[in-house]
Ligand binder design. Structure first.
Ligand SMILES: NC(=O)c1ccc[n+]([C@@H]2O[C@H](COP(=O)([O-])OP(=O)(O)OC[C@H]3O[C@@H](n4cnc5c(N)ncnc54)[C@H](OP(=O)(O)O)[C@@H]3O)[C@@H](O)[C@H]2O)c1
Length: 312
């Protein structure tokens, strides 16, 4: 990208191989995960402003150039390329395809850390209630899978009955089509007016206050996005009415802290080895069709992760 804007700013270009910095490893990229954050970066509406020229993309599946080991990696930028230098790498599970490995880092760390921020990663999570917005999306499907393992009762929103049906197969307890039903009313009705213990909120605008109203006493809202393009609106008075709280989550910051990432990976890798996690790959596109992938996310047409095929 040499400019910000619509899909037309995405171009294929020949660039020099990146030089790994201290602690970084050079990866030959086979697949890359496309995230909603990449759509913000393209239009320069992301919380972290990017500098041009830019190779976009934040997560990969590939092969270490030094050892030949199959890995999954997370980086701030540079993933939509044949080679990338990355500091944060994890071994790709042998049973997973390259597409599944590329669909893991952002979705599963973000979803796990949302439960962590909500105080729901130990045995006390069992029987708790969590509202997951965009439950059929990348982070959403990961949050549903993790919720099932933790024994959480999950409420998920989506614009489509068909998508909700597919998420139910992953373990979603209650699906709410927000095009047909007001999710606040649906949550309060299903919980006898009590509300949920946590909301994973990534829409922004009025949805933040609306989601706070879905919380039970002492509930926590985890704000981690603003897909509507609007700033999250928080009426702080509503927090003390039920002694609730709002927490922020940004993987870019948390990923720099080993005290956060190490225990998260220990837990996630345990579940992977037990065959409990299955990254959901909705669509796979060649890199030359990356713009179509961005449109799938913006037009709410994706299910789970959109993956770009970079090389064999
Ligand atoms: N803070 C962090 O570290 C972090 C990390 C990863 C992701 N995120 C954020 O988490 C959210 C989900 O990311 P993702 O990559 O997993 O994307 P995604 O959920 O796979 O895709 C976005 C989905 O959001 C739903 N949606 C609802 N309102 C929308 C709107 N106004 N415009 C577009 N989509 C809308 C659509 O699903 P339905 O049609 O089913 O409603 C759409 O498919 C994004 O806001 C992203 O920025 C934050």
């Amino acid at each position: 990208m040499t400019e910000f804007g619509g899909p037309e700013v995405l171009r294929l270009a020949e660039l020099p191989t990146p030089e790994p910095g201290p602690g970084e490893t050079l990866i030959r990229v086979t697949r890359a995960g496309l995230n909603f954050g990449d759509t913000h970066t393209r239009t320069n509406s992301y919380v972290q402003k990017a500098t041009l020229p830019l190779v976009p993309g934040g997560e990969v599946a590939g092969v270490r150039e030094d050892t030949g080991e199959r890995v999954m990696g997370y980086i701030q930028w540079g993933a939509f390329a044949e080679k990338v230098a990355s500091q944060l790498l994890w071994p790709a599970p042998a049973a997973w395809s390259a597409e599944e490995a590329a669909a893991f880092p952002v979705n599963f760390f973000t979803a796990y850390l949302a439960y962590w921020k909500a105080g729901l990663v130990d045995s006390s999570a069992r029987g708790k209630r969590v509202l997951i917005h965009a439950a059929a999306g990348g982070v959403g499907t990961a949050a549903v899978e993790i919720g099932k393992i933790l024994g959480v009762e999950t409420f998920g929103t989506s614009s489509s009955d068909e998508k909700l049906e597919r998420v139910r197969e992953l373990g979603l307890t209650h699906g709410i089509n927000y095009e047909k039903t007001d999710y606040e009313k649906a949550v309060l009705k299903a919980t006898d007016g009590k509300g949920v213990d946590a909301v994973f909120e990534m829409l922004g605008g009025e949805h933040t206050n609306k989601s706070i109203r879905c919380l039970a006493d002492f509930g926590r809202l985890v704000q981690f996005g603003s897909a509507t393009g609007k700033h999250p609106e928080v009426d702080a008075r509503m927090l003390y009415v039920k002694s609730t709280s709002v927490h922020g989550l940004w993987l870019s910051v948390l990923s720099r802290d080993e005290r956060v990432m190490k225990p998260a990976w220990e837990r996630l890798s345990q579940w992977i080895s037990e065959g409990k996690l299955h990254p959901v790959v909705g669509q796979v596109l060649p890199m030359g069709k990356a713009a179509e992938g961005y449109n799938l996310l913006g037009d709410r047409k994706n299910f789970g992760k959109v993956v770009l095929k970079i090389s064999d």
